[in-house]
Ligand binder design. Sequence first.
Ligand SMILES: O=C(O)CCC(=O)C(=O)O
Ligand SMILES: [Fe+2]
Length: 217
Amino acid sequence: MVAPRPLQEDGNILQANISALRDISLAILDSLSQSLGLTGMSHLTSTHRVGEASTTALGLLKYLSHGTSEDIGVGHIAHTDAGSLSFVFTDVPGLQVALPGTVEWAYIPPREGHAIVNVGDSLHLLSQGRLRSSLHRVEPYLDALNRTKYTIVYLVRPETDAVFIDGDGKEWKCKDWYLKKFEIFGKGAIDLSDSFVLTGRENYDGRWNPLTAAATV
Ligand SMILES: O=C(O)CCC(=O)C(=O)O
Ligand SMILES: [Fe+2]
């Protein structure tokens, strides 16, 4: 596979960006911990130590254009991210977030020089529910239907052996929570029995309705 030209010309660009994103994410985790009074082993950086094994990842997503599939094949189903923090870089709109406490969706327009940063399940669980993972999805945006949407995501995840306690007092190893979540993503179809793990809500699929969307956007 041939690397994109900027990477061929400067192999360090990737490493430099990953290091910067890692430092920024640790600063955010530190600041959140101070604000929430999380100290000692509960301090969020204590489960995100540099050099410890984790599945933190950098990804490039390319979305199918609107019209290439009839229903849910376009975009990204409603979900919360499994990890701690997700940095989303894109210049094509389409990302929607569920407004807190409602079932209404709002587009988050890209802003030049900015990233969108989502809180994921891991921070929800590590902060004993004080931080909430954001429910979001990607839908066609009517002004950008003919543009291919690319997104670069930097997905910060805790150490593989970090331990979570869920709302029912059940203990999870970070890696088991991820396996469960990725198994659901891998199914390719929405099964309502999975909806709590996928979206944090029971019996909910958050599916996009093209008819309503066309009328309201
Ligand atoms: O492409 C986007 O704007 C969002 C991507 C996303 O939600 C994800 O990778 O989990
Ligand atoms: Fe996401």
